[in-house]
Design a binder for this molecule. Sequence first.
Ligand code: SAM
Length: 195
Amino acid sequence: MDYLDEMEQFARANKIPVILRDTRAFLENLCKTEQPQNILEIGMAIGYSGSCMLRSCDAHLTCCEASLPNIALARENFEKLGLANRVSIVTGDCLRTLPTLRGRTFDLIFLDGPKGLYLEILDLLLPLLDKHGVLIADNVLFRGMVEDGQPILEPRFVHTVEVMRQFIDRLQHDKRFITKVHHIGDGLCEVRYRG
Ligand SMILES: C[S@@+](CC[C@H](N)C(=O)[O-])C[C@H]1O[C@@H](n2cnc3c(N)ncnc32)[C@H](O)[C@@H]1O
């Protein structure tokens, strides 16, 4: 079994949420075809999605992650895959660490961090997006509950569903960007500067 598949199995067995198979295929294809140089990921977990992206291009990956146990596991995984020298980990709450990246830009940003904070994170991320880059946000259709007319299955999901609706709406009404929502995995939002 490929080590990436082992990582996926470990994550699922330990209830660490990681990207779904078709999201992985989407990201790998994006990295192969667009060959980004500088990737930023918010929410690294054990480094599964980051490793999938790095194995599909020659980029450097900067990851923002708050969980120390996840960071320790991710470091081990990047080492095992021979990717450690292409990764920088920014430790801590991304709302606090993202402003420290100001002045840098990334040609691929993958947002997969705390779902309830996507709007606040978006404000911090957009200045970091290269004019020719792409932002991909995961879980924007949140278990099928975000689109019009869909029932919200449990009260604890109300906030996240509302955040995702506002996230998509804000981007679709922002004339600077072309925003697409893909029915891939748990819903992927793709954002690029117009022109
Ligand atoms: C869905 S998981 C990321 C999965 C990973 N992208 C993958 O597919 O392999 C979300 C991660 O965000 C991290 N996280 C949650 N809140 C955070 C915050 N405020 N700042 C930084 N990371 C956070 C969690 O610790 C968790 O590892």
